[in-house]
Design a binder for this molecule. Structure first.
Ligand SMILES: [Zn+2]
Ligand SMILES: [Zn+2]
Length: 96
């Protein structure tokens, strides 16, 4: 019986299987998460896009709610081909 045991011994060494690095990267999930349209750094007003915005106008194209959160009056229609929001100054409901 003369198996070459020495080779096994060598192969089993130095192969620490990356301990403590098991956390999967959180990147690449954008396709699953529903995006929120923003314009000019503000979330797009959904009331505007559905036809009537009952919030308080701050200035042209911007409204705010009772909490003081500002919203942008931009179109939140998404082009499925490009995954880009329209973001024009018309409401979505009668333009798409
Ligand atoms: Zn609004
Ligand atoms: Zn649009």
């Amino acid at each position: 019986m003369s198996y070459h045991r020495s080779e096994d011994a060598v192969r089993g060494r130095g192969r620490g299987r990356g301990r403590g690095r098991g956390a999967p990267a959180a990147a690449g999930s954008a396709a699953v998460v529903r995006q929120t349209a923003t314009f000019g750094g503000l979330p797009v007003c959904y009331q505007y896009n559905s036809g009537t915005c009952a919030r308080t106008a701050v200035k042209q194209g911007v409204c705010k709610d009772a909490k003081g959160t500002h919203y942008s009056h931009a179109c939140n229609w998404m082009d499925k081909a490009t995954s880009q929001f329209c973001l024009k100054d018309h409401p979505r409901h009668n333009n798409h």
